[in-house]
Design a protein around this ligand. Structure first.
Ligand code: NAD
Ligand code: UFG
Length: 352
């Protein structure tokens, strides 16, 4: 059985679906602070069976202990965390506590239970502003400019130290580039709380009339058209990368770092034109000054994951945008229209 922390969230729910489809038993631990139980009901609908679900906090050591005693968990995918860059500047302790202390609590409980396989959700943000593109895993980590990025780098370092201290650990650090898109069914997707921080969720909300216009932050970057360039990756490709990482961790010990990206960068203007093509109309937009802390460009060299995991992103930009639009146009208010209960997924009462 695979424990998926944060499994009701955007990336976690897609990973839970892929795990179920591949025949795994899945246990989700999520406190639902940034997600809806409706996501897991829809995962059940797609997979034909439900993950086990426990509502609870990854920082709760007593709960973790009870979970590992009650379920035969053999490996953990650790998605649970906070991810809003701006919020992390305002509430740094909450970010360090969840992202760093939460990871420590999880590893302590895993070790006590004799579980030593862990896949951690890291981020390309740990590279900081790399002067070299594309970015390989050999690039030194940089200096993240906000507590969110710092917390991911700190958690990576904690996990490296842990694996160095005990050869039983087998840990995959997956550095995601920019996850976008949704499952092709249009049933699960990204449903941000409040004003979206990220480009595609913002464009989607403009397209369904929830926001007036897209703000393009900066057109004076040293990039071909002056707007920021990123490596966008389909969330289903990303989820499948986790299953490949799990397989690989059966064979290798210690810490392994893998970039999960496509190896291709697109500018904000290219994203906008490609999206306008998908929705068949122009999207209102204005140019604004650069957003503080943004870098000009960032894209991956994904060859290590191809060679070592046998994984490669399959879905190109038009598919990412079509799938995202299918999700948003069928669910203009995300999961809010669902009756949010956990009736579908098996919820287990455990001490918390
Ligand atoms: P998300 O917010 O949709 O999912 C995170 C899930 O974790 C949510 O369901 C939330 O309720 C849960 N959670 C948060 N704190 C918790 C806690 N203390 N205990 C239990 N559950 C808790 O975010 P996502 O986009 O799916 O991201 C998943 C992971 O990937 C995060 O660790 C994030 O930092 C990382 N990541 C995301 C991106 C991105 O752009 N989406 C990029 C790089 C890395
Ligand atoms: N952008 C806009 N308008 C918006 C939002 C974004 O023009 O409303 C631009 C940004 O300036 C940037 C590009 O679109 O050039 C992408 O921005 P996102 O906010 O979508 O993504 P980032 O690359 O800034 O950050 C994301 C995650 C971070 C993560 C990082 C690397 O939000 O958590 O990818 O994985 F660390």
């Amino acid at each position: 059985m695979i424990l998926v922390t944060g499994g009701a969230g955007y990336i976690g729910s897609h990973a839970v679906l892929e795990l179920l489809l591949a025949g795994h038993e899945v246990l989700v631990l999520d406190n639902l602070c940034n997600s809806s139980p409706a996501a897991l009901q829809r995962v059940e609908q797609l997979a034909g069976r439900a993950p086990h679900f426990v509502r609870g906090d990854v920082r709760n050591r007593a709960l973790l202990k009870a979970l590992f005693a009650a379920y035969p968990v053999s490996a953990v995918l650790h998605f649970a965390g906070l991810k809003a860059v701006g919020e992390s500047v305002r509430e740094p302790l909450r970010y360090y506590e969840t992202n760093v202390s939460g990871s420590i609590a999880l590893c302590q409980a895993m070790a006590e239970a004799g579980i030593f396989k862990l896949v951690f959700s890291s981020s390309a943000t740990v590279y900081g502003e790399s002067p070299v593109m594309p970015i390989t895993e050999e690039r030194p980590t940089g200096v993240p400019t906000n507590p969110y990025g710092q917390s991911k780098l700190m958690a990576e370092n904690v996990l490296k130290g842990l694996a160095d201290s005990d050869p039983r650990w087998s840990i995959g650090l997956l550095r995601y580039f920019n996850p976008i898109g949704a499952h092709e069914s249009g049933l699960i997707g990204e449903d941000p709380n409040g004003t979206p921080n990220n480009l595609l969720p913002y464009m989607l909300q403009v397209a369904v009339g929830r926001r007036a216009q897209l703000n393009i932050y900066g057109n004076d970057y040293p990039t071909p058209d002056g707007t920021g360039v990123r490596d966008y990756i389909h969330v289903v490709d990303l989820a499948q990368g986790h299953l490949k990482a799990l397989e690989r961790l059966e064979q290798v010990a210690g810490v392994s770092v893998w970039n999960l990206g496509t190896g291709r960068g697109y500018s904000v203007r290219q994203m906008l034109s490609a999206f306008e093509e998908v929705i068949g109309r122009p999207l209102p937009h204005v140019y604004k000054p650069r957003r503080p802390g943004d870098i000009a460009q960032c894209w991956s060299d994904p060859s290590k994951a191809r060679e070592e995991l046998g994984w490669e992103a399959q879905r190109g930009l038009p598919t990412m945008l079509r799938d995202a639009w299918r999700w948003q146009s069928r669910n203009p208010r995300g999961y809010a229209q669902d009756k949010a209960t956990v009736a579908g997924a098996t919820q287990t009462a455990l001490a918390s």
